[in-house]
Ligand binder design. Structure first.
Ligand code: PBG
Length: 336
């Protein structure tokens, strides 16, 4: 006997999900290798790659290996890398002075990559945390034991000019000081680097998801904890409007690209920033987002490849034009 139950429906959205080809035709968001920016960690010397325990598959590389990695990424269609130095503890001081050394590690790394793989877009972080003994992104005001805004901005501006001279395509201020994008733009223009762009970490939240990164660059051991509070400069995780104020200011001060960070836990912010600006929007899937997928996969609780793909698809769907992710290389290989 036939089942008598039948709905009288005109709309049956499942029609378009019936076959693989119909699903392909109606796919709204697609990832491609050119969407990704690979963050890479660089170390001094000629030693072997140093594994980072909390970031499986990610290592700190010497400059020679870094160049090889950039070549491999370029072959896979990844258009950009973001370079982070791990500075030797003995070179750090309270003011992060070594950030302004004319022949610093990061500057040599940039020159080597741009020389060997000129088509690769290279960006560098502009902030003092890899260089300071305390791990903060700027210099401290002793009286208030807080990061001092304007003096930090002056240093960051000089740092950006050094990086531009070394050949970076984009400088990426990640410090969250007030007025730094405008100051960096002025500094770059005054020294003739009118073509060096700025990707601003605009909505950067004071997040617990940065823990593994702080292990990677050694800012955690410097500070004695990877839970160092940056709450006086990074955004409060509950603050939507503050994120829009920051991204609007950065765009007005001359940011070419505005970024939201972390990405996955802040998809609503990505969407709102996307709707509030016409500039390209970037999102940073940070170390903790990467680590949690790996940890669950290791326990057999999540499927690594599928979660990797879905987490990035969600970030793009929310409105990111480009994504900084430690999965960049594997994703590009998978998509190719
Ligand atoms: C520091 C900086 C951080 C990250 C990028 N640049 C950490 C921090 O603010 O403490 C985090 C990246 C990640 O977690 O993957 N200026």
């Amino acid at each position: 006997m036939a089942d008598p139950f039948k709905l009288d429906l005109t709309q049956r959205p499942r029609r378009l999900r019936r076959t693989a080809s119909l699903r392909a035709l109606t796919e709204e968001t697609v990832l491609r290798p050119a969407n990704f920016i690979a963050p890479l960690f660089v170390i001094e010397g000629k030693g072997r790659p140093e594994a980072i325990a909390s970031m499986p598959g990610v290592s700190r590389l010497n400059i020679g290996d870094l160049v090889k990695e950039c070549r491999a990424l370029s072959k896979l269609g990844v258009p950009a890398v973001a370079l982070f130095p791990k500075i030797e503890a003995k070179l750090k001081d309270d003011d992060g002075t070594v950030a302004l050394h004319e022949d610093g590690l990061i500057l040599r790394a940039v020159r080597a990559v741009k020389k060997a793989v000129p088509e690769m877009t290279v960006m560098t972080d502009i902030a003092l945390d890899p260089y300071t003994t305390h791990g903060h992104d700027g210099v401290l005001n002793a009286a208030r034991n807080d990061v001092e805004n304007d003096r930090t901005v002056g240093i960051l501006m000089r740092m950006a000019v050094l990086h531009a001279r070394a050949g970076v395509d984009l400088v990426a201020p990640s410090d969250m000081m007030d007025g730094r994008v405008g100051a960096i733009r002025k500094g770059l223009d005054a020294t003739g680097f009118t073509e060096t762009g700025i990707m601003a970490y605009s909505a950067k939240f004071a997040s617990a998801y940065y823990g593994p990164f702080r292990d990677a660059v050694g800012s955690a051991s410097a500070a004695g904890t990877n839970l160092l509070s940056k709450a006086t400069y990074q955004l409060g995780p509950g603050n939507r409007r503050a994120a829009l104020i920051e991204s609007t200011l950065d765009a007005a001060e001359g940011a070419d690209i505005v970024m939201i960070k972390p990405a996955g836990p802040y998809l609503d912010i990505i969407r709102e920033v996307r709707m509030s600006t016409r500039k390209p929007v970037a999102a940073y899937q940070v170390s903790g987002e990467y680590a949690q997928i790996h940890a669950a996969a290791k326990l057999g609780w999540l499927d690594l490849a599928r979660c990797r793909h879905e987490s990035l698809l969600a970030i793009k769907r929310a409105g990111a034009d480009m994504i900084l992710t430690y999965f960049a290389k594997e994703m590009a290989a998978e998509l190719k």
